[in-house]
Design a protein around this ligand. Structure first.
Ligand code: AHR
Length: 642
């Protein structure tokens, strides 16, 4: 009897200990943050090849810019006439500027406009491109129009011709097939008959966009992002969201519907946003990648930091007037209805009209972006939040706690979030790699009963392997604290070479090439190896424990796989001991991925694969020790028997 009860006690104690040493963690932990910064959207992910397609660039966006920026007036073969920018009778009042070409004498080849694209127009032999344009015949009869893609030496790489035939605005579209690959072509739109014609919204898209979506995304860049297998995508910013002054807030309704009817605007990062990549396209991209959408709306206040080097203007934080706040709150509610509502609802019907009858399954919404925690902010945040949580109790609202890991906005933001029971708050920090190594215990002591954390922006100020490994060490602590840290995303995601306002970034690109930084590989290794349960007692360093060594063990219940992450930020090889004996449904077959090299090593356009993960097979015993190289991240994925 005595033996039986002590055996029971022993089993019970073992089970309790084991239960204490594992915990459920967020299944959505690793995602991405897309902001239109560094030409990430226009000239970047958004596949439009014509720059300033609707003649809406203006000097308030950048000194010297105007409706003709990126365009050139062309007279070919002794033709003459003139051109002007007009606004009296546009395609749509939201898109007021258009160009009128007055052809007095067409000469041999006509007169018109040449567009240089975004650093040139890259085209590929044999591929088809979708050209479209709005035209309106103002004087004269039908005018023959010739559209040519021309290479560096003036070679015609592809062309189409058609006749204008409408005295009202009419959209013309046609495919152009390219005969020769060129990195930096131009496009010419020529009027070849006497008369006056108005033109607007000239557009050229590769037919091969990501998932072949119309008005779609650059396929190679979108695929590089999709390969991260993010669990969520936050968009469209960043500072872009709360903008430079109240007139520059990112208003989601301005970004949906036919592109020629969207309201374009200045980008706080010193350029122009066509919003051709708008809310529908963001949600569609999320769905195409299998990522949950996480839109961020302004909290009714503008960016307190506007006015810095890149942020032309600079009104600082301003609040939407109390009189206008009810409409603004409704705008946020409408977004949720647009994303999730039935097609019988007002906004659900608009989503369906755009081609998506089913819900986008919106679960998360961010309100505010690292706003200064002022009375104006708090009042407006609360007005929005109080209504959203009542009308949509299942939507997880994410609040904001400033731009730094500590300090006044951080403290005030947290205090406010806890007071208002905001489900989650968005922390941001850009710090040195040594900070990330030294602060791995940050979340160990966070109060589990308070708001959860979305680490919405973080990076270790560099693209060397040491940066990536320091971030990996920190990410093991995010997994360990995956019960309180629910979501995390590195920032910024994209940067176009020669057009960056922020460095470092995760993915660099130009018109034809892309390179993935070492930081990309860290993100990818964590993202494709996420789990939903964290285990405390599986890994231990074999020698002296110090902060240069980090590790985590998670299990993915869908596959049954157990995933070990071992990080060494130090300069010498180290050993870990691994004990898998508690996992009954585990085989010994494992895949090992190792990211390692010299601390200062980087990838670049010249050497894009200098540092990439090396993958190999491995037999994982129930107990084994594993040597990790200096400056390395090792991921061991042991296959479940499922
Ligand atoms: O990620 C770049 C910028 O950093 C974001 O726009 C802003 O939220 C933060 O200051």
């Amino acid at each position: 009897m005595k033996i039986k009860s002590s055996l029971f006690l022993l089993v019970w104690t073992c089970l309790t200990l084991q239960a204490q040493q594992k915990k459920q963690i967020s299944p959505d932990l690793i995602g991405i943050f897309f902001e239109d910064i560094n030409y990430a959207a226009d000239g970047g992910l958004y596949a439009e090849l014509i720059q300033n397609r609707s003649f809406e660039y203006n000097p308030a966006e950048r000194k010297g810019w105007n409706s003709f920026t990126a365009w050139e007036y062309i007279t070919e073969g002794y033709g003459y006439g003139n051109i002007s920018v007009e606004t009296s009778s546009p395609v749509h009042p939201n898109n007021p500027h258009y160009v009128v070409i007055n052809v007095e004498e067409p000469g041999l080849n006509g007169i018109g406009l040449k567009n240089q694209g975004f650093d040139g127009i890259p085209v590929k032999a044999g591929e088809k491109y979708q050209f479209s344009i709005f035209l309106k015949q103002l004087e004269g009869s039908s005018i023959p129009i010739n559209v040519k893609i021309i290479g560096k030496k003036g070679t015609v790489l592809g062309e189409i011709s058609f006749d204008s035939d409408s005295k009202e605005w009419k959209k013309y579209q046609s495919e152009i097939t390219i005969s020769e690959t060129q990195d930096s072509a131009n496009i010419l739109v020529l009027a070849k008959g006497k008369g006056k014609i108005a033109i607007d919204n000239a557009s050229l898209f590769p037919q091969n966009t990501f998932k072949n979506r119309p008005n779609g995304l650059r396929a190679d860049l979108a695929q590089t992002i999709a390969d991260l297998k993010p669990k969520f995508m936050r968009f469209p910013g960043g500072c872009l969201v709360h903008g430079d002054g109240l007139g520059n807030l990112y208003r989601w309704k301005n970004t949906i519907g036919p592109v020629e009817q969207r309201i374009e605007q200045r980008n706080i990062w010193g350029y122009h946003q066509t919003v051709g990549l708008g809310y529908f396209e963001y949600f569609q991209f999320c769905e195409d990648m299998g990522a949950k959408p996480l839109p961020v709306v302004p909290a009714g206040v503008s960016c307190q930091n506007s006015g810095g080097t890149w942020r032309i203007g600079g009104t600082g934080q301003k609040g939407i007037s109390q009189a206008q706040m009810p409409d603004y709150v409704q705008e946020v509610l409408d977004l949720i209805e647009w994303a999730n509502g039935p097609i019988t609802s007002t906004w659900g019907a608009k989503r369906a009209e755009a081609g998506h009858t089913t819900s986008f399954n919106l679960e998360y919404i961010g309100i505010g972006n690292e706003d200064k925690i002022t009375p104006e902010f708090k009042e407006r945040f609360k007005m929005i939040y109080d209504v959203v949580r009542v009308k949509y109790p299942h939507i997880k609202v994410i609040g904001t706690v400033g731009p730094a890991p500590n300090g006044s906005d951080f403290e005030q933001g947290w205090k406010f979030a806890n007071q208002e029971n905001v489900p989650m708050v968005d922390e941001h920090y850009y710090m040195k790699p040594t900070w990330f190594i030294a602060n791995q215990k940050r979340y160990d002591t966070y109060d589990r009963t308070k708001s959860k954390v979305y680490l919405g922006e973080y990076a270790s100020e560099g693209n060397t392997l040491f940066n990536a490994i320091a971030e990996a060490a920190y990410m093991t602590s995010l997994e360990r604290n995956g019960d309180v840290v629910q979501l995390a995303s590195y920032a910024p995601l994209l940067a176009k070479a020669g057009h960056t306002q922020w460095n470092p970034d995760m993915i660099y690109f130009n018109n034809t090439s892309i390179y993935k930084t070492t930081n990309y590989y860290t993100q990818q290794l964590f993202s494709v190896n996420q789990g939903d349960t964290y285990f405390q007692n599986v890994i231990s360093p074999a020698g002296k424990v110090d902060s240069t060594l980090a590790y985590s063990c998670v299990k993915d219940s869908k596959s049954g796989d157990v995933i070990l992450k071992l990080v060494n930020c130090g300069k010498t090889a180290k050993k870990f001991k691994i004990n898998l004996s508690q996992f009954r449904d585990l085989g010994s077959k494992a895949v090992v991925s190792v990211l390692s090299g010299a601390a200062e090593a980087k990838n670049s356009f010249e050497n894009p694969t200098n540092i990439t993960p090396v993958v190999s097979g491995f037999k994982a015993e129930k107990n084994f020790s594993y040597d990790v190289q200096p400056i390395s991240l090792t991921v061991i994925r042991v296959k479940g028997k499922k």
